[in-house]
Design a protein around this ligand. Structure first.
Ligand code: BGC
Length: 781
């Protein structure tokens, strides 16, 4: 209370001009969250509240503070969290406990006002706080203050290979969640890119469990240090959208341990994540939301997870099975009344008649309260967060800058030189489209999003003439949640007209920059692509443009690889731009003209064609009927391309720079190590070019004498290093036995085998510059 008033006054003094509307709305939010005043924003339109005269608003604000100060403050005193939690549990009735373990609105679970336990408020999603929706339906609530910072999406973040940026990303997200009065942010989303076709790849990070693990931990820390719980999702194997509500995934034990679970394990054991969302799909015949092996045996027992398992929305299918398997909170079930939820009246009855022990419910409530305490829900000094600030957009921009991947730069065409160019043709619908709000649950209503064309105009003012032509139009439409059609088939005249306009623009310009790729009709929750081709006949557009101008730069927008084999050899410059957040357009312009030196690296393999990708090749994506068998096993992404000698279009880890780097002096601190011992690997890296730049030093390990078929090499270390021209730095990596091990199904544990190992250091999985060898010797018993 006291802190709210002082904060209120200091804000007025600090900002000098009093934007009462903004302040009023802010304080309503804070108070609502702080002491659960249940102000129903959804029933009163904000615009109505804003019409109240200012002096009444101030009086109302003070009144709200006074009311709130009379509310019960929970479990104060010097007890430990577990003592406090146990005390509360002993005071809760069964009804109250039940109210806490299922939704009571779209994004909240019930609170217990009597004891000062607020509702637990959740929000999507992984790359920005979602637009406020109505309490009881999915319609936008019509707020005017919920336009958030749109952060680059998961693949873009992973492409930075910069763990500090993952932390900053989390911090922005957590801070904005707090400012919006949220307790849990439904992210990070870290399912493996198993196939290029998965509609949610753009939200997810990578095909590589090591890269994911390294990025997810700082992301979670960033969020949770803002007094918000992160919720890592979707546990587990939600690697396709097709039939996601039905599909059963059969995956062998070694594969889940080596590929699909490490990111989640790191989130729990290193990130101390407070919540985990169970996936929609089944695993080995059981829904993930009632999969005892996943939720209890692995997550809670083996990894020691003390937080909360939340179902995905409408992903709960049973009462007893789910309750006993380890699900703690049921969300989004599609029934008429919240009392009909599996974890509402049905579960209560089963406790009352003795079928389910009340201790099962206590455990769930204990987890919820513990997570609440850990995210300071009851703490007067809980962070108030900040929303859509300049600084947040600055961080979004920094991430965007480091995410862009320069895939090809023939004859060093980039960076462009302003003084030698008079005109630029900017072509493609993706030059003018905003993507932030798309993709479904992860969509962000943002304060602003700079499109590529706007970015170029901002950057160039009138210095260079820009000839814009759309070239194609996204004429797709969703037919159902599972299908989209390209309606453009029906008007070929229109398509030809757009293409012709583009050709005219290209022939009248010195340079052509094409913004092509996908959009959120394709990179979208609920749907997988059917093929890897560029939609809307973009291939034809490129080919037509190339006929009149060879100086073509293609910027690919999207979250998954696309088939560019038709023109890859003809186009001299290709850049992967992602869904790069609010500042995307400005960043792209700065990259094009060299103000920013690209330093992103692909977090997935970019295959030449779909047929080359392992899930396709082994014949099981997206499965048959509702069954999927991960026949490729551990050979996901570059693990497959490397081991089976399939040449990708662009390899995992690939990304060029405007400068050059030299790797040298690889050395190991020991020639041989014994099992249980560590090894240090040192290398030097030097910027041998003319401009400042960053390189990602990547370390891969090859096990030369394994008794099982292992991937040719696996990423086990990386370090992003920024160097000025001529500067050299030494990097040291620590290798431990776990990094040399595979998951042994016979002993159900990690196993290293004595023999020869190679350490490969490079700037991409297919560009190894240094290799060193050592021998692993058996431990002395
Ligand atoms: C998605 C989740 C999301 C939830 C709430 C589900 O459809 O799979 O990722 O958090 O909706 O919007």
């Amino acid at each position: 209370m006291y802190s709210l008033i002082t904060n209120f006054i200091s804000n007025i003094i600090k900002h000098k001009i009093i934007n009462i509307n903004k302040l009023f709305n802010n304080y309503l939010l804070k108070l609502n969250n702080y002491k659960q005043l249940h102000i129903k924003f959804n029933t009163v339109k904000l615009s109505t509240i804003l019409k109240i005269p200012n002096r009444f608003k101030i009086i109302l604000m003070v009144l709200l503070m006074i009311i709130s100060s009379n509310k019960n403050v929970i479990a104060s005193g010097g007890d430990s969290i577990s003592q406090k939690v146990n005390k509360i549990i002993s005071q809760l009735t069964l009804n109250e406990k039940i109210s806490m373990i299922h939704a009571n609105s779209k994004f909240t679970t019930g609170g217990v006002e009597r004891l000062g336990i607020p509702e637990w408020k959740m929000s999507d999603g992984p790359h920005g706080v979602r637009e406020e929706i109505n309490r009881y339906n999915w319609k936008p609530a019509g707020w005017v203050t919920d336009s958030a910072t749109y952060l680059p999406t998961g693949t873009a973040l992973a492409a930075t290979w910069n763990t500090n940026l993952a932390y900053d990303f989390g911090k922005v997200l957590g801070s904005e969640a707090r400012a919006r009065g949220k307790d849990i942010i439904l992210g990070p989303a870290i399912n493996i890119h198993r196939s290029p076709l998965c509609g949610r790849n753009f939200e997810y990070m990578s095909e590589d469990p090591y890269l994911i693990s390294k990025m997810v931990v700082p992301y979670i820390k960033g969020v949770q240090e803002q007094d918000v719980a992160a919720c890592v999702k979707h546990f587990a194997f939600n690697n396709q959208e097709y039939e996601r509500f039905k599909v059963n995934e059969e995956i062998d034990e070694r594969t889940i341990r080596e590929i699909y679970l490490p990111g989640f394990k790191a989130a729990v054991k290193e990130g101390n994540v407070l919540a985990v969302m169970s996936a929609y799909n089944k695993f080995r015949g059981h829904w993930c939301s009632e999969n005892k092996y996943l939720l209890t045996d692995i997550l809670k027992n083996e990894w020691g997870f003390k937080g909360v398992v939340i179902s995905d929305w409408d992903g709960t299918h049973s009462t007893v099975d789910a309750a006993l398997a380890g699900l703690d909170i049921e969300m989004g079930t599609n029934v008429d009344s919240y009392n009909d939820y599996f974890f509402a009246d049905p579960l209560k009855t089963l406790v009352e008649n003795g079928t389910v022990d009340v201790e099962v419910i206590n455990d769930k409530v204990r987890r919820i309260l513990t997570s609440m305490f850990k995210s300071k829900v009851f703490d007067k000094n809980r962070s108030h967060g900040e929303f859509a600030t300049k600084n947040h957009f600055k961080i979004s921009k920094k991430i965007a800058e480091e995410a862009v991947v320069l895939l090809k730069n023939k004859s060093h065409i980039l960076p462009l030189n302003k003084s030698t160019i008079k005109s630029i043709a900017v072509i493609g619908e993706n030059a003018i489209i905003k993507h932030g709000a798309g993709g479904n649950s992860s969509g962000v209503k943002t304060k602003y999003e700079i499109t590529p064309l706007e970015g170029l105009k901002n950057y160039l003012s009138d210095e260079i003439k820009i000839n814009y032509a759309k070239g194609y139009k996204s004429t797709t439409a969703f037919v159902s949640q599972r299908e989209i059609i390209d309606t453009s088939e029906q008007n070929s005249d229109f398509k030809l007209k757009l293409r012709k306009e583009a050709v005219v623009a290209a022939s009248n310009s010195d340079v052509v920059i094409m913004f092509l790729g996908l959009n959120h009709y394709y990179d979208v929750e609920g749907l997988d692509r059917k093929d890897m081709f560029l939609p809307y006949e973009q291939d034809k557009l490129v080919e037509a443009v190339l006929k009149v101008n060879k100086n073509v730069i293609v910027f690919i927008i999207g979250g998954s690889p696309v088939d560019i084999s038709n023109w890859v050899d003809e186009v001299p410059v290709i850049v992967q731009g992602w869904y790069d957040g609010s500042e995307a357009g400005n960043v792209f312009a700065e990259i094009l003209f060299g103000d920013v030196n690209p330093s992103g690296k692909l977090p997935f393999t970019f295959p030449k064609k779909l047929e080359d990708s392992p899930a396709y090749k082994f014949g099981d994506f997206p499965g048959k009927g509702s069954e999927v068998e991960y026949k490729e096993g551990v050979f996901v992404g570059y693990r497959y391309f490397d081991s089976y000698n399939v040449e990708p279009q662009f390899a995992f880890g690939h990304g060029l720079s405007y400068t050059s780097f030299k790797f040298s002096d690889i050395s190991l601190d020991k020639k041989n190590i014994r099992q249980g011992e560590d090894l240090k690997v040192s290398v030097k890296i030097k910027n041998t070019g003319d401009v400042i730049g960053s390189e990602v030093v990547q370390l891969y390990i090859e096990d030369c004498e394994a008794s099982v078929k292992r991937p040719k090499k696996e990423l086990k270390g990386f370090s992003k290093v920024k160097l000025v021209p001529g500067e050299e730095k030494a990097i040291t990596f620590n290798i431990n036995e776990k990094m040399l091990s595979f998951y042994d199904v016979k002993s159900n544990g990690w196993k290293s085998e004595p023999g020869k190992f190679l350490i490969h250091i490079g700037s991409a999985s297919d560009y190894i510059k240094l290799t060193a060898e050592f021998e692993l010797l058996a431990a002395l018993n």
